[in-house]
Write a protein that binds this ligand. Structure first.
Ligand SMILES: [Ca+2]
Length: 521
């Protein structure tokens, strides 16, 4: 990898080279004197109609600045037969590549929004793909009869797209990227870890947020909890859900030094749902939980295991914000209709297309480990559970792990287990600290949202670590609404949590990260 001084030199000389590029643009793609910088228009002109590293450019057009998005060259390309990507080349390139991961079962190229937009604004060339099939992110139908599509989704699309993106940057700018980063959340977080495990030299830095890395394990727990909800009397209405969440908050919110609606120190929370049991376990109204409903809570919080412990999921910690709209209503209970909940829908399409391999199979009557070979096959494709990241570490790459504390889709406990596994595999905490950081954001839903502070510029933190050796410590998280920060909190390195240290009964002080200290549970 080039030295930081190379990047600095590149940046300093950029205006001069831009002038040269404008003066000398003859439209000859193969001219050895191709300048090392290009305007968006020149980048598009250079790439139009080309095939580079098997990617055939199907469209290349300059997109005018609009709202928060700067001017850039948008390149659409296809790697035959069916892997589609979009590369965005900024006018003012910072010399680096940012690859944004997908979500769910993918099937579409992510929009220029969120972290992809932020990266483009910061001068990164950005790339996204559909991971090799077109479809609904809730559908695994692509995997039923198309082994190649299943392999692309599982792991192969990332190195394939990255190779093409790097070659296109080389052609457009006259130089490849000085640094390449990958960031993803949920399935994108799984893609991030898959790259770290199987392609340890591909990226200089990786951000894996709320990673869906133990595919067989968490899908199996989705199946188990869906069955508990579908059992007679198992469903939660809004009042029952609010009762559960408020009871957890009443017991545990203040354990972090402030009653702010968020349980930031869940390890100090020992709430027992059994105190909510209705008389004799029958459903006697909204002020208690029946035995069938307590069975749902038990499925939620207890570990799950299949194939003799080969595949596991650790269950979720009760957060006190289960009733947030982006938590249980969307992911677990479906607002009273379990078959509309995302956990149900994901496990259902997984049973139909990967395990039973029968689109008519009812997932609620399917035994998760009925076919061990089916589990092994899906794990080989999709599980990113190999914690031995020594090759990644030895390539001098860096990894940031992040997970929302109120994530009802995927449990942060699983990410904690991965982090602990990596720490052991690389030989202890000091070795882990050299290349991996793990943050839990209290009160934050799956990837974003929820009552907690969900916004942190992890990319800038990663870049400073990679390019300057400035290892990230405590970061700052903000709750942003309409572009304005509502409140902030420290984002603490695991296992610490933000403890309030400011004056009591002072709402202004409570809104400032400086009035919290990262503390060990
Ligand atoms: Ca609190």
């Amino acid at each position: 990898m080039p030295s930081p001084s190379h990047s600095l030199l590149y940046r300093v000389t950029l205006p001069m080279l831009s002038a040269l590029a404008l003066a000398g643009c003859g439209g000859d793609d193969d001219d050895p004197a191709t300048p090392s910088v290009a305007t968006a228009e020149q980048a598009c002109s250079t790439l139009s109609g080309r095939t580079l590293a098997a990617a055939t450019v199907t469209a290349a057009a300059t997109v005018a600045a609009s709202g928060p998005a700067p001017v850039y060259c948008r390149v659409a390309a296809t790697i035959a037969p069916q892997l589609n990507l979009e590369l965005r080349l900024p006018q003012q390139w910072n010399g680096k590549l940012y690859y944004g991961g997908g979500g769910g079962y993918n099937g579409a190229i992510p929009d220029l929004s969120g972290n992809n937009l932020t990266a483009l604004q910061q001068g990164y060339a950005t790339v996204n793909s559909d991971s090799g099939h077109s479809g609904n992110l809730l559908s695994a139908a692509f995997a039923l009869n198309d082994t190649y599509a299943a392999n692309l989704f599982g792991s192969l699309s990332i190195p394939t797209v990255t190779s093409s993106a790097k070659e296109m940057l080389q052609a457009a700018y006259g130089k490849g990227p000085d640094r390449s980063y990958f960031e993803g959340c949920s399935n994108g977080g799984r893609e991030a870890l898959m790259a770290a495990e199987r392609n340890p030299n591909l990226f200089d830095g990786i951000i894996s947020r709320a990673p869906a890395y133990n595919w067989v394990g968490f899908m199996g727990q989705f199946n188990r909890t869906a069955k508990a909800l579908a059992a007679p009397g198992g469903q939660f209405n809004a009042a029952k859900l609010a009762l559960l969440a408020k009871s957890v908050r009443d017991a545990c919110d203040a354990n972090d030094g402030i009653t702010d609606g968020v349980v930031s120190n869940p390890q100090a929370c020992s709430f027992d749902p059994a105190v909510l049991r209705c008389a004799a376990g029958a459903d006697t109204g909204d002020t208690c939980l029946s035995d069938a409903q307590l069975a749902v809570v038990s499925s939620w919080t207890s570990p799950a295991s299949w194939a003799g412990g080969t595949y596991t999921n650790p269950g979720w910690a009760l957060s006190g914000n289960e009733d947030d709209l982006g938590a249980w209503p969307v992911w677990v209970t479906g607002g009273g209709n379990v078959q509309g909940a995302l956990q149900y829908l994901f496990q259902d399409t997984t049973v139909k297309n990967y395990l039973a391999r029968d689109p008519s199979q009812d997932s609620l009557t399917y035994t998760w480990d009925a076919d061990l070979n089916a589990l092994y096959g899906m794990a080989a494709l999709n599980d990113a559970t190999n914690t031995d990241l020594r090759p990644f570490k030895n390539s001098n790459a860096k990894l940031i792990l992040w997970h929302g504390g109120n994530d009802s889709a995927l449990s942060y406990r699983a990410t904690t287990a991965f982090y602990q596994g990596v720490t052991t595999a690389v030989g202890g905490q000091a070795n882990a600290d050299a290349f991996v950081r793990y943050y839990i954001a209290p009160g934050v839903d799956h990837c974003a949202g929820g009552p907690g502070a969900d916004t942190t510029d992890l990319l800038t933190a990663l870049d400073a670590w990679v390019t300057q050796g400035a290892a990230p410590g405590t970061l700052t998280a903000a709750k942003v609404s309409n572009g304005a920060t509502q409140f902030s909190r420290p984002l603490c390195p695991y296992p610490q949590y933000p403890r309030y240290t400011g004056p009591a009964n002072d709402a202004a002080a409570a809104a400032l990260a400086t009035n919290y200290a990262c503390s060990v549970p």
